[in-house]
Unconditional design. Structure first.
Length: 270
């Protein structure tokens, strides 16, 4: 019995490691494309979705300022921003658009005409998101900001349907060789003490909607080295600086009233 349980957990671990869907083990669009002829009709949703994720991640990887991010991390980021839209969730119009897109995609895959093909990409986006409403499909790589080298990035996205902009913060935890989409602005319900401290010094303070500046703590100070210090975008008003180790729990470190100097609320940093 114990042996069976051990095997079960091993299989589960492998499943999560490879990712979601039948084709999650493929982390190269070219290798995935080579399996096209063996794809069954019932597996096409997973096949085209995986191909979309991989191509989008590989496009981001071509930008010099993103070269140090591991391909797997970019892939997982794309999956987070663009979750799968299974055919069973589509309305009649969505299914019709997907079927039309598939006819075009079939030709490109059969002929292996996959490089720098804008028509293929248009049909691929239509297939995975026929409504053009679920995805924040446009991520401008030129606007991706490296806030802390090799550790923290700001990804800006835009919903082409609604015009809504959204910023995702990607934190690469080097110690655990892992990554997370994190919040830069503390979540109020989880950080009541933090918000109470801010109101104590700056009762009318409001967080800026713009990307903040972030820097690491002092490397030579073991008690400070693991912290990330965050300062919201300057708008010629009251401002604060706060710190965190895990982007879950935050502490106020200093504040400044408009026109005044910075004042620490703990041991001043050098």
């Amino acid at each position: 019995m114990r042996r069976n349980i051990t095997i079960l957990f091993a299989l589960l671990a492998m499943t999560f490691a490879f990712g979601q869907g039948k084709y999650g083990k493929y982390l190269s669009s070219k290798k995935l494309a080579m399996t096209y002829k063996s794809v069954k009709d019932g597996d096409k949703d997973d096949f085209y979705q995986q191909y979309y994720w991989l191509v989008k991640a590989e496009q981001l990887k071509t930008y010099p300022h993103l070269k140090d991010i591991k391909p797997k991390v970019l892939y997982e980021f794309v999956k987070k921003v663009n979750p799968q839209n299974p055919s069973k969730k589509l309305d009649a119009r969505g299914k019709e658009l997907r079927a039309t897109a598939e006819l075009s995609l079939n030709q490109y895959f059969k002929n292996k005409n996959l490089d720098n093909n804008s028509v293929l990409m248009y049909n691929l986006e239509t297939y995975v998101d026929p409504s053009k409403g679920q995805y924040y499909t446009k991520v401008d790589a030129e606007k991706i900001k490296e806030l802390v080298p090799k550790e923290l990035y700001a990804f800006n996205s835009n919903n082409r349907n609604t015009g809504e902009d959204k910023t995702y913060y990607l934190w690469i935890n080097k110690e655990k060789d892992d990554f997370n989409i994190v919040d830069i602005i503390p979540e109020e319900k989880e950080n009541k003490a933090f918000y109470a401290r801010v109101k104590q010094y700056l009762p009318s303070y409001k967080f800026s909607k713009y990307v903040p500046s972030v820097k690491k703590g002092t490397k030579t100070d073991r008690t400070d080295a693991d912290y990330y210090y965050i300062m919201p975008f300057e708008q010629n008003t009251d401002n604060i600086e706060y710190k965190t180790k895990d982007f879950k729990t935050f502490e106020l470190s200093q504040y400044r009233k408009a026109g005044d100097e910075w004042k620490g609320v703990e041991k001043p940093r050098k």
